[in-house]
Design a protein around this ligand. Structure first.
Ligand SMILES: N[C@H](CCC[C@H](N)C(=O)O)C(=O)O
Length: 265
């Protein structure tokens, strides 16, 4: 019988198992183990799992797995939790540079505990016929703007799966974000997300709200954009370039440790 020490964090309801794997002992090909650890009935339960590992030049590297057990692309909320974890471990102070799936990132934790994560520049967006707007913010996202007062009742699981598995997106998959514009300017943009690799609606998606904020810049949103998800509020700041790309993109929001423990394997 072996045991594994873990920490549980959540960022606006997107929850993760975090492992201090600086010894690099975790078998990243053990998809079944990751699925077990993320299993909400038989394991710890989470939307994803994150390894914190050493990096030659940067403060640390984060390796992100979706709950399906496979290494994923950039996880925005998971990155913010990894920064909070590194801070809690005493690895960093308030500023950090770390490696994630899409390359290096800088981030800082402010006095209120909010984590501000700089995203990679986003090259631009592309209309995808009747589906919506597609952007890659470190993970692939389709953004669909919904009519007013329809988001709350939408069956995100069913509607998200239809798009995620259709022939246009099936091969690599995509995350699907359903958005409702504020009824009154200054109120938040409301977002619900179906997440690839979790294959369900999550309470929030960091790279997803980033994609929504950038897509909404063509519909009257201005930086910083206030976004409200079922898991809580996030803010996205950016600078739009004349060529349609975006730079200085920052995702800001809380990241909290919930509990730590050991699990029997
Ligand atoms: N499930 C996503 C990765 C995690 C995205 C989300 N958790 C975030 O906060 O960005 C994907 O496979 O594209």
């Amino acid at each position: 019988m072996t045991t594994l020490s873990f920490f549980k964090y959540q960022g606006t309801g997107n929850d993760f198992v975090l492992l201090d794997d600086r010894a690099q002992l975790f078998d990243i090909d053990n998809h079944q183990l990751v699925r077990f650890l993320c299993d909400r009935r038989r394991g710890i339960g989470a939307d994803g799992l994150i390894l914190l590992r050493p990096h030659q030049q940067l403060d640390f590297e984060m390796v992100y797995f979706n709950a399906d057990g496979y290494v994923g692309s950039l996880c925005g909320n998971g990155s913010r939790c990894a920064v909070a974890f590194a801070h809690d471990l005493g690895l960093i102070n308030r500023e950090t540079h770390f490696q994630a799936a899409d390359g290096p990132h800088e981030a800082h934790i402010d006095e209120d505990g909010l984590v501000h994560l700089r995203m990679q520049d986003v090259l631009g967006q592309q209309e995808v016929e009747e589906y919506g707007i597609f952007l890659d913010t470190g993970s692939p996202h389709l953004v669909r703007f919904q009519p007013a007062s329809t988001l709350a009742e939408l069956n995100v699981f069913a509607e998200g799966r239809v798009i995620r598995y259709n022939e246009r997106f099936r091969e690599k998959g995509t995350n699907v974000n359903f958005v409702e514009a504020p009824a009154v300017p200054g109120q938040p943009w409301q977002v619900r997300t179906y997440e690839r690799g979790v294959e369900d609606e999550t309470l929030s998606c960091g790279t997803g709200v980033t994609a929504v904020a950038l897509a909404a810049s063509k519909r009257g949103a201005t930086s910083p954009v206030h976004l409200r998800t079922p898991g809580g509020d996030l803010h996205v700041a950016y600078e739009a370039r004349p060529d349609g790309s975006f730079t200085n993109v920052y995702l800001s929001g809380p990241a909290q440790r919930v509990f730590s423990g050991t699990i029997e394997l």
